[in-house]
Design a protein around this ligand. Structure first.
Ligand SMILES: N[C@@H](CCC(=O)N[C@@H](CS)C(=O)NCC(=O)O)C(=O)O
Length: 225
């Protein structure tokens, strides 16, 4: 079977499933799919017209949470289990994943990443006012909540890497690409967790590739200007 992850390097949900595959040592290839200039068959492939999309042989699956859960059980022997079996721990991991996918994604994507980069793709200027308002007034809410959840722990659950850690990192990485990493003094435990995630081999390698992709995109925009 060959596995393909269709998505885009700077999409946090693509990053989440890519890291799940990397951390579990599952062989896969990445296929660039830009949802803003999609292929003609995109809706058939992704009914919500969102990335990522997983292709495992003739099996197609949408949604990063569904894909992560699928990979965790479809390839059990290969790497570590990212969704714990204990019901309460598993429930908590899924909650933190959902919180990151919803609350962090909303503020980071709409309030920081899009106004910084996606606007430029559409020929508009960086929307500094939105970025500043998000950083000062909106982002502190989810960051503050996650800080309370990681105090005194190395990982969100089970004293080991789970999907919760990957999901939170996957969103926070776009703050780093936007050069808007929160101050360590404001969120010491969450930022320490972010630092530990960044120092993992697969995470660091992927971040380097993402940076290359972003630099290429910015160089193209400069040429166009
Ligand atoms: N719940 C979905 C969310 C996926 C999502 O929002 N993907 C974004 C990219 S990060 C997208 O495809 N956006 C395209 C659009 O909004 O048109 C998941 O977890 O996969």
């Amino acid at each position: 079977m060959s596995i393909t992850i269709h998505g885009s390097a700077l999409s946090p949900f693509t990053r989440k499933v890519t890291l799940v595959a990397l951390e579990k040592n599952i062989a896969f290839e990445s296929q660039e799919l830009n949802p803003y200039s999609p292929p003609p068959n995109f809706e058939a492939m992704s009914p919500l017209k969102l990335i990522p999309v997983l292709q495992d042989g003739d099996y197609t699956l949408n949604d990063s949470s569904a894909i992560s859960a699928y990979l965790d059980v479809a390839y059990p022997g290969i790497g570590k289990e990212l969704l714990p079996k204990d019901p309460k721990t598993r429930g908590y991991v899924l909650w933190i994943e959902e919180y990151a996918d919803t609350a962090l994604f909303k503020e980071i994507s709409e309030g920081v990443f899009r106004p910084t980069f996606i606007t430029q793709l559409f020929g508009k200027r960086i929307d500094t006012a939105t970025v500043q308002d998000t950083i000062a007034n909106k982002l502190p809410v989810p960051l503050g909540y996650l800080e309370t959840q990681i105090i005194g722990k190395n990982f969100f659950a089970d004293e080991r890497l789970t999907l919760a850690d990957i999901a939170v990192y996957a969103q926070l990485a776009n703050l780093e690409h936007s050069q808007q990493v929160p101050k360590t003094s404001d969120y010491p435990n969450l930022m320490a967790h972010f630092g530990r995630m960044k120092s993992r081999g697969p995470v660091a390698e992927l971040f380097a590739l993402e940076t290359q992709y972003l630099n290429g995109m910015l160089a193209q925009l400069k040429e166009r200007a």
